[in-house]
Write a protein that binds this ligand. Structure first.
Ligand code: PLP
Length: 458
């Protein structure tokens, strides 16, 4: 029986019988299975029972241009007919791979003229470690091996990427790489005494300087961070944070890696998050929206400073994947970049869409259980509280946010819960009308949550 011929109930039974889902409590899922999605239309996803949800998460931060981009689908189909696969090892290449490499350098910041392709963001961050270690080895500084990252960062789920990440739950289930160190993130909502934005940005940036100085700059290779922490809960840094971080890295000869797997491709109001915050990284991680989520593809944008050392010194770079630069994924990437260029969607986000988004979601900030609401570009994060003054949470173990997320989904809106936060990152193409629907459905979920915990509704 194919998926198309199974009923919704059969599908769920087969799902729980055979499929181990990522980041899922397997025992809990068997007892209470989820939903199966069978179609996408515009910015909506439709489940096996025919219910339509407005996708306030762009899939998993991927489908920035929604689910109905026929030019990407056509490009994938044409590539499958022409050359469904060939590899890039041993002096080989494919025309699609070459073309996407060039197109990426067109849209990457100035001074980025090389890319290395992978299949995912995780593999791209593994690749960053390999590239950085190789770079310093070639420069005759092999003792520079340590990576510094941040608590609560998400850089992927391979052992190397999860080691770079700062998710305590993941670290508890693995043995992390010994050469990764973590510092605080610019976030203090749950602190007893909160700092001003300025003080918070300064303190979090100084944590990097202190860590490098404690370890010795001659041993530290790179600092990796997301411009805005996405999976960690859309943690938007104070404005003074990134300029200080960039200066600290530069002064101490530490490479700066901007993990743009979420923040790239227009999410923050510029093509890259580093452009929004005005810093210049040495390496840029990309994935997800590069194919609008239609094919698995990731990679690293390599700055001229790093590329010059790697490409002039000779000797094989002993790293790569069978599917690095897969022609079908690259065909999807080419069509996606062309859509970005022809629609000028990033300009639209910068000029108008991010303002419309900020205005629409700010309407929720006076809701009795919203303790804080911040947006940037086409991202938003809400802290849920029982009491706005004391910042007391609705329930232990993030129960309030889980309840609210479930209400939103039942009410036709896909959002995500991270700790006590509700986050949203809708497709960049969301219309004004769809923004209104999103906010209405989220308000309804907040009302139901407030009611459930006995707090006055808005
Ligand atoms: N880096 C960041 C910032 C991410 O958000 C993610 C995934 O969400 C990754 C890396 C890992 O990407 P992937 O799931 O494609 O391996």
């Amino acid at each position: 029986m194919t998926a198309q011929t199974q009923t919704a109930t059969d599908l769920l039974a087969t799902d729980t019988a055979h499929f181990l889902h990522p980041f899922t409590d397997f025992a809990q899922y068997k007892a209470a299975p989820g939903r199966t999605y069978v179609r996408g239309e515009g910015i909506h996803i439709i489940d096996s029972e025919g219910r339509s949800l407005l996708d306030g998460m762009s899939g998993l931060w991927c489908t920035n241009l929604g689910y109905s981009q026929t030019s990407i689908i056509d490009a994938i189909t044409a590539q499958l007919h022409a050359l469904p696969f060939y590899n890039s090892f041993f002096n080989c290449s494919t025309d699609a791979t070459i073309e996407l490499a060039q197109k990426m350098t067109d849209i990457l910041p100035a001074g980025f003229n090389h890319v290395f392709f992978t299949n995912s963001g995780s593999e791209a961050n593994d690749t960053n470690i390999r590239l950085v270690h190789r770079y310093f080895d070639l420069l005759g500084k092999p003792e520079k091996k340590i990576f510094i990252s941040r608590k609560n960062a998400y850089h992927g789920s391979t052992i190397a990427a999860a080691s770079l990440g700062g998710m305590s739950g993941m670290h508890a289930q693995m043995s992390a790489l010994p050469y990764v160190e973590h510092i605080e993130q610019p976030y203090d909502f749950d602190a007893d005494a909160r700092l001003s934005d300025e003080e918070l940005g300064h303190r979090a940036a100084q944590a990097l300087a202190q860590k490098i100085d404690a370890l010795g700059a001659d041993r530290v290779a790179a600092f990796i961070a997301e411009p805005i922490q996405g999976a960690g809960g859309v943690i938007i840094p104070p404005d003074n944070y990134w300029p200080q971080i960039a200066a600290i890295c530069k002064e101490r000869d530490i490479l700066l890696i901007s993990d743009e797997v979420i923040c790239g491709f227009g999410r923050t109001g510029s093509m890259w998050g580093c452009e929004t915050y005005g810093y210049r990284p040495d390496l840029i991680t990309f994935a997800k929206a590069v194919t609008n989520g239609y094919q698995p593809l990731g990679g690293v944008g390599v700055s001229d400073t790093v590329a010059e050392v790697l490409t002039t010194s000779g000797g094989e770079f002993a790293h790569g994947f069978t599917y690095s630069g897969h022609p079908v994924a690259c065909a999807a990437g080419i069509a996606t970049v062309e859509l970005y260029q022809s629609s000028q969607i990033v300009d639209a986000v910068a000029k108008d869409r991010q303002v419309a988004w900020a205005t629409a979601v700010q309407a929720l900030s006076d809701h009795p259980i919203v303790g804080d609401l911040k947006s940037k570009g086409m991202l938003m994060g809400i802290e849920l509280v029982k009491n706005k003054n004391t910042r007391e949470r609705l329930a232990p173990d993030s129960g309030g946010a889980v309840y609210c997320r479930n209400q939103a989904i039942d009410g036709g809106l896909m959002v995500r819960q991270v700790g006590d936060r509700i986050i949203s990152a809708p497709p960049l193409i969301i219309s004004d009308e769809e923004m209104t629907t999103l906010v209405d459905r989220l308000r309804r979920a907040l009302d139901l949550t407030a009611q459930h915990y006995g707090i006055n509704e808005s």
